[in-house]
Design a protein around this ligand. Structure first.
Ligand SMILES: Cc1ncc(COP(=O)(O)O)c(C=O)c1O
Length: 380
């Protein structure tokens, strides 16, 4: 039987899980107000950096007492700054269920070499947060970008914990409700849910995290770009936009534009609704097709941003080659770019569903997924 290609293509085929699609209204012209060729310490630069911090606070609903900083080196920079500055004061619990969480385990166990219990789950599953000792410092990833498995809520994190919670929320912030009272350190990058640029990371500190910073000095040396205190006091300027080193004012402008767009579509609520609708369209597609399934085993943990899929058809013998062929065919057709599973993850696809992606584009892409699947099956 001939396999017919769908009649329409998505208007935007960008479904990469980072850098993610830019907001639908994005054009380079929107960056024309960037403070280029000026010192980031001039009034205009400082005002823009402060705006980036305050708009982040407003949209994400971050409590007033929490500090928000713009730091170097994207989410990795923010997470490593947190771990190098805060860990070692007490035992740590390192939690991982995909490759980025596993990367933080390596940092702590092999590089910092601190006393840590490691709790892991396979791709598709999650570590039960209720099983953790929150009197230790717990490091975890809210949304596992490479497995599409997320923490369903923060209920298991006790309010009276003695340890700190350090959360990599890079593919969760702006797409999921984050319980700020349960998170002592939260990090993310502009390149993820808002489709910004990758240069900078954000670090959000609870009052308890600030207290730790001011009362504990790690035994190891800290490079300048990780230092958040001076003389035992928080460097407050960092959290007003006086960055440790020079930021890209073009990336700052781009982030400010993405924040403006977020407000125009209803802020966090609007962003979550868009991600939910996108992921929901894929979930419905999988439910209707016997040959594809979500990698997340428990629907309560299925991501609404990095939706990871596996092929379940038993005619497929080499899963990795098959999935790569499907992704390549969709890329060649111009209907989906960068949707192959992450290099360390099980064979399959990963389709970004964050709020910058239009549901109409997901809906236009899915018939092409079926077309690519059928075509590759026929070629086996
Ligand atoms: C969960 C998670 N942590 C960390 C990173 C690294 O982010 P970056 O490259 O922005 O530092 C990523 C990137 O995809 C991620 O998904």
């Amino acid at each position: 039987m001939a396999i017919t290609a769908p009649a329409t293509r998505p208007a935007n085929p960008r479904f990469s899980s980072g850098p993610c699609a830019k907001p639908p209204v994005f054009t380079l012209d929107r960056l024309s107000d960037a403070a280029l060729g000026r010192s980031h310490r001039a009034a205009i630069g400082k005002a823009k950096l402060k705006d980036a911090i305050e708009n982040t606070r407003e949209i994400l609903g971050i409590p007033e007492g929490y500090k928000i900083g713009i730091v170097p080196a994207s989410d990795t920079g923010a997470m490593e700054m947190a771990m190098w500055s805060l860990l070692g004061a007490r035992k740590a619990t390192m939690v991982a269920w995909e490759s980025f969480g596993a990367g933080w385990v390596t940092d702590v166990v092999k590089q910092l070499k601190i006393d840590a219990e490691v709790k892991t789950a396979d791709y598709g599953d999650i570590v039960d947060l209720a099983s953790l000792d929150f009197n230790t410092d717990v490091v975890f990833t809210w949304n596992g970008t490479t497995s599409g498995v997320r923490v369903p809520n923060g209920d298991a994190i006790p309010a009276d914990r003695e340890g700190l919670t350090i959360c990599d929320a890079t593919s969760a912030a702006f797409a999921m409700d984050l319980p700020w009272d349960k998170l002592d350190v939260t990090t993310f990058s502009w390149q993820k849910v808002l489709g910004g640029e990758a240069a900078h990371g954000m670090i959000i500190l609870s009052p308890r995290a600030v207290e730790r910073l001011e009362t504990y000095t790690p035994a190891w040396p800290l490079p300048k770009i990780f230092r958040m205190t001076k003389g035992g006091k928080l460097i407050d300027g960092i959290f007003r936009g006086e960055t440790i080193n020079t930021p890209s004012m073009l990336a700052v402008e781009d982030y400010l534009q993405a924040l403006e767009w977020s407000k125009s579509i209803g802020g966090l609520k609007g962003l979550i609704a868009r991600a939910d609708a996108n992921a929901g369209a894929i979930h419905a597609f999988c439910a209707a097709k016997p040959w594809i399934a979500n990698l997340a085993n428990d629907p309560a943990t299925a991501s609404n941003t990095s939706v990871c899929l596996k092929f379940t058809d038993d005619r497929i013998t080499d899963g990795a080659t098959f999935a790569k062929a499907v992704a390549k065919r969709m890329e060649a057709e111009g209907v989906a770019l960068d949707i192959g599973a992450y290099r360390d993850a099980p064979a399959g696809l990963r389709i970004w569903c964050g709020g910058t992606v239009e549901t109409s584009d997901i809906e236009a892409m899915l018939p092409w997924l079926e077309y690519a699947f059928e075509t590759e099956i026929a070629a086996l």
